[in-house]
Ligand binder design. Structure first.
Ligand SMILES: *[C@@H]1O[C@H](CO)[C@@H](O)[C@H](O)[C@H]1NC(C)=O
Ligand SMILES: *[C@@H]1O[C@H](CO)[C@@H](O)[C@H](O)[C@H]1NC(C)=O
Ligand SMILES: *[C@@H]1O[C@H](CO)[C@@H](O)[C@H](O)[C@H]1NC(C)=O
Ligand SMILES: *[C@@H]1O[C@H](CO)[C@@H](O)[C@H](O)[C@H]1NC(C)=O
Ligand SMILES: *[C@@H]1O[C@H](CO)[C@@H](O)[C@H](O)[C@H]1NC(C)=O
Ligand SMILES: *[C@@H]1O[C@H](CO)[C@@H](O)[C@H](O)[C@H]1NC(C)=O
Ligand SMILES: *[C@@H]1O[C@H](CO)[C@@H](O)[C@H](O)[C@H]1NC(C)=O
Ligand SMILES: CC(=O)N[C@H]1CO[C@H](CO)[C@@H](O)[C@@H]1O
Length: 607
């Protein structure tokens, strides 16, 4: 236990920014120790903190870190226009240091007419004035790096805005750009009108083909008509996109999160490729057709991604810094993990695994266990798993699962194997805003949401970050923020939770972020322990260190005996806990009678 405490207090000491020299010396000593250990094969236990002893380990920086998604419109407004911006992110970097977040992924801030709030890009290599300018971005990267935070930017290669100059040239049929998009004359009917070449539909409703009068042809769009799909099979487009990657790599970004990667390429011959009906369950009209292989997860995507991977590796070869590739991969059939796992072979380090981003109250303990188990079992050898609880596209996890469970869900996320991704606000248990109380902004909600706003509008999960109980939650000085601040900000905010003398969601998050820097969590084994209708528990262990994680997803207090296999112990010491428990740090607990209030969790060191 002494070693355990040492690691904890070093982490605390270091987070206050006073320890670079101490840490440097420590790293040198540890590196030496590790060399000795490796050479002699001794069973000496090496304490685990922030050590990067070899190049190979430093290549793995993303395996130990937490990824934190920033939706820039909603994080921090620095200029009082009611919309978040890059300077705002800079102002809040210390929040990420406090959370021990190692990687930020920033949703698009590029020039855009904002039909899809930045996912409709009209210039990939410039910052939209709403968010600032390139100088601001450069400053963000420099400052983040100084604080030990890596910066990943969103790359949206699937489609551009219809205002992009490439699309303007393409619709006019200008020779250099005529093949930049996916054009098809369609089928001419007897009365002289044209209909689309096939039955493809858009993800946001309606046909995926829109007629362009100038070009006298249909163009394909997986999302809005204002988001025409690029023809990635064109060598000229491939070159343009690689130039975009180079542009941001030259601005020192640490990697990319590739948006909508599953829709990057479509079947070659549009005129013979109708999509059949899908037989699985779905409430989303888009998923009534089976897209796999035709407009989703087409096999040729692999070649494009490998090419981009090579480009990232070229940069690594130049400066020794590994660049991360995250892919927004998913399968129409959520239980078909093989589809998502293909992206590992295609060069992605993290093909997002969203199987916890869709859980609701109907999926607790056994159901979560089942999803985690199936996913981990599907993992190809030597690959890094990853888990995600939410994003800008799904209802917030605190709303889906209940706000009392928010902290326990963070515990789950941060103690499962692999790289976790936190959507801004999850660290304080932020909930959705009520979409009946404001004018809908989201284009998907506007197009599909007439029947079921709650299901299709993505506004509720995009509300401004709740920093304090000041005006507009300290997000903005404006009278009108682009989306309203959740009305619960007076009681749910960063400042209050940080300052509280009792455990809070953010304090629990921070503690877990420290704890997961111990080897048992980033390099340990994983085994399920007691599972009931409400309790989920598992063990993370490396030689000499073993932790029990126990979570009660139910709605009643539970008392259970965890002392059997794989825990093999009757007692332990509390290492982390959620706010509504009776636990304290280092408290001795009886593993045979461990009690958990509803919606709460605890991490106990049992060896
Ligand atoms: C580092 O990785 C390279 C290739 O991935 C491998 O050839 C080399 O042996 C590794 N070095 C160590 C010290 O593990
Ligand atoms: C994007 O913006 C930059 C800077 O304003 C400009 O130099 C470049 O030509 C633009 N690119 C396109 C494709 O419009
Ligand atoms: C970017 O904006 C800042 C003010 O926020 C200004 O000082 C700077 O000159 C601008 N940079 C460019 C390249 O326009
Ligand atoms: C042409 O025929 C199609 C299919 O019968 C019909 O939907 C469409 O309205 C007709 N268009 C005109 C201009 O008559
Ligand atoms: C696409 O399929 C149609 C119908 O079979 C055929 O006429 C056309 O030549 C094909 N086009 C290409 C590029 O293979
Ligand atoms: C989904 O994938 C699973 C696992 O591969 C398979 O058993 C199931 O039949 C698939 N469902 C549909 C509707 O294709
Ligand atoms: C732990 O790290 C070692 C060395 O990098 C690796 O071989 C092993 O597979 C890892 N184990 C787990 C469970 O991550
Ligand atoms: C998860 C994700 O980022 N999805 C994006 C995919 O692209 C569409 C269309 O631009 C966006 O609306 C989604 O947010």
């Amino acid at each position: 236990m002494a070693q355990d405490k040492g690691a904890g207090s070093l982490a605390k000491f270091c987070s206050s920014g006073r320890c670079s020299l101490v840490l440097l010396l420590g790293v040198l000593v540890l590196a030496a120790v590790i060399v000795v250990v490796t050479l002699t094969g001794s069973s000496l236990r090496v304490p685990v903190v922030y050590v990067s002893p070899s190049r190979n380990v430093s290549r793995d920086w993303w395996k130990k870190s937490i990824v934190y998604q920033i939706y820039p419109r909603s994080f921090q407004d620095s200029d009082g226009d009611g919309v978040g911006d890059i300077k705002g992110i800079i102002q809040r970097l210390d929040h990420l240091v406090y959370l021990h977040v190692g990687i930020i992924w920033i949703s698009p801030f590029y020039v855009s007419p904002m039909k899809d709030f930045g996912y409709d890009v009209s210039n990939y290599t410039d910052v939209d004035p709403l968010f600032g300018n390139l100088t601001d971005f450069e400053e963000l990267v420099t400052r983040a790096h100084t604080k030990g935070i890596k910066v990943i930017v969103d790359f949206v290669p699937n489609h551009t805005s219809d205002r992009h100059s490439w699309f303007q040239l393409s619709r006019q049929g200008v020779d250099t750009h005529k093949d930049y998009y996916i054009w098809d004359k369609g089928v001419r009917l007897e009365n002289g009108t044209f209909v689309p070449p096939n039955n493809w539909i858009a993800s946001f409703g309606g046909p995926a083909w829109s007629w362009d009068d100038t070009r006298q042809a249909f163009y394909y769009h997986a999302y809005l008509p204002e988001q025409p799909d690029l023809n990635i099979r064109s060598p000229a487009v491939q070159k343009e996109l690689k130039d975009v990657l180079r542009f941001w790599l030259n601005k020192e970004v640490d990697g990319f999160r590739i948006d909508a990667v599953v829709k990057l390429l479509e079947a070659r011959n549009t005129s013979i490729s109708n999509e059949p009906l899908y037989t699985g369950d779905t409430v989303n009209p888009y998923f009534r057709l089976k897209h796999t292989g035709i407009t989703m997860n087409n096999e040729d995507i692999g070649d494009v991604l490998k090419d981009w991977r090579n480009l990232l590796d070229e940069y690594e070869n130049k400066d020794g810094k590994y660049r991360l590739m995250i892919a927004e991969a998913y399968s129409q059939n959520a239980s078909d993990y093989a589809v998502v796992n293909m992206y590992y072979d295609w060069g992605a380090d993290i093909p997002f695994n969203s199987n916890l981003a869709t859980i609701t109250r109907a999926c607790v303990s056994r159901c979560i266990r089942d999803r985690v188990e199936k996913y981990l079992n599907s993992m190809p050898r030597g690959r890094q798993p990853n888990f995600v609880l939410g994003s800008h596209d799904v209802s917030r996890v605190a709303t889906r699962m209940g706000s009392r469970h928010a902290s326990a869900l963070n515990m789950l996320l941060l103690t499962l194997p692999g790289t976790p991704t936190t959507y801004y606000g999850e660290e304080i248990g932020m909930s959705d805003i009520d979409s009946n109380l404001f004018e809908m902004q989201d284009p998907r909600g506007r197009r599909l949401g007439r029947v079921n706003i709650v299901l299709f509008s993505r506004d509720p999960e995009r509300s401004p970050m709740q920093w304090s109980s000041a005006w507009k939650g300290d997000f903005s000085q404006s009278m009108n923020t682009w989306l309203p601040v959740n009305r619960d900000f007076l009681t749910h905010n960063v400042k209050m939770q940080k300052e509280s003398s009792t455990m809070t969601t953010i304090q629990s998050y921070r503690r877990l972020a420290e704890v997961r820097q111990r080897r048992a969590f980033y390099n340990g084994t994983f085994q399920f322990s007691v599972t009931t209708d409400t309790i989920l528990s598992y063990v993370r262990a490396v030689r000499g260190e073993k932790y029990l994680i126990a979570i009660n997803f139910g709605f009643d207090e539970s008392l259970a005996d965890f002392s059997g296999k794989p825990v093999d112990s009757n007692s332990g010491k509390v290492v982390a806990f959620t706010e509504d428990t009776q636990y304290e740090y280092d408290m001795d607990v009886d593993i045979r009678r461990l009690s958990l209030p509803w919606g709460q969790g605890v991490v106990v060191r049992v060896q």
